[in-house]
Write a new protein. Structure first.
Ligand code: UDP
Length: 248
């Protein structure tokens, strides 16, 4: 696709956003850069953008089919997602079904402890302040979102968790936690944006409990891209694989 013509709107740590000839549509390019620890640990991993775009497109489609508004319009080719343009809200909305990661460093939970109902945590998406955890009063005082928007975000997040957890379970995956981001569309609707991929979620093999996400990179272990490929293989349908000629 002919995208790299000076119409770059935003460059993040792992994705670029390009304007299209439609004012309210953008192309999200999934790059192969992989980072951890506020971007301190950095590498380029061939095919990561390819798999993340396929996984995100699949999960956004599952959510759309469940009636949840997402930015996803189409995946014209792996690596490039046609999306609705959103004004992003700088919140990292984290949902936790099983205790893992930073939560265990900060609070006396037991590793592997189940949360029912899930924990919803909101962090400030801001590298300068190292993404601190927020509460509603701080979100309102910073003007990041209104209380109505927060209520909507919470409601949608709970539904997203239910839909994805159930779907992933049928594909042999546990879903310990994940981070999502929301934005406002041109009519000020709250819409799910960003990505849902092994960069932003924990996925564990239900049988073996193998880690199949960015935690492998964070821990300096091998087999990162193989894990991303395995997630794609587990969640994509045969027709998706045929469409993209994927031979797993
Ligand atoms: N997460 C993310 N971006 C961040 C921080 C967290 O996508 O900047 C995701 C992470 O992949 C995991 C979940 O949010 O699925 C919870 O992460 P946690 O707070 O445990 O932090 P971590 O231990 O991953 O640094």
């Amino acid at each position: 696709m002919n995208l790299e013509k000076g119409n770059l709107l935003y460059r993040g740590k792992a994705k670029d956003i390009y304007q299209t000839d439609q004012q309210e549509q953008v192309i999200v390019k999934f790059r192969d850069d992989i980072t951890a620890g506020d971007g301190e640990k950095k590498e380029v991993m061939g095919l990561k953008g390819y798999y993340n775009s396929l996984i995100s497109a699949k999960l956004f489609t599952i959510l759309e089919n469940a009636g949840i508004k997402t930015q996803f319009i189409d995946l014209p080719e792996p690596g490039f997602m046609l999306s609705h343009k959103l004004e992003m809200i700088p919140l990292e909305v984290i949902t936790r079904n099983i205790a893992a990661g930073s939560l265990l460093k900060r609070f006396p939970f037991q590793e592997g402890q189940n949360f029912n109902p899930p924990i919803i945590q909101m962090d400030f998406k801001n590298d300068e302040y190292h993404d601190p955890m927020l509460n509603d009063d701080i979100i309102l005082a910073l003007g990041l979102a209104t209380s109505d928007e927060l209520e909507i975000i919470r409601k949608i997040t709970i539904k997203i968790n239910d839909v994805l957890k159930n779907f992933l379970e049928t594909r042999g995956l546990l879903f310990p936690d994940f981070k999502i981001e929301f934005g406002r569309d041109c009519d000020d609707n709250i819409v799910l944006g960003d990505e849902i991929s092994p960069d932003t979620c924990r996925f564990w093999d239900r049988e073996t409990k193998d880690i199949l996400d960015k935690d492998l990179f964070r821990k300096g272990e091998s087999g990162v891209i193989e894990a991303y490929q395995k997630v794609a293989n587990m969640i994509l349908d045969e027709e998706d694989k045929k469409k993209w000629s994927l031979n797993f």
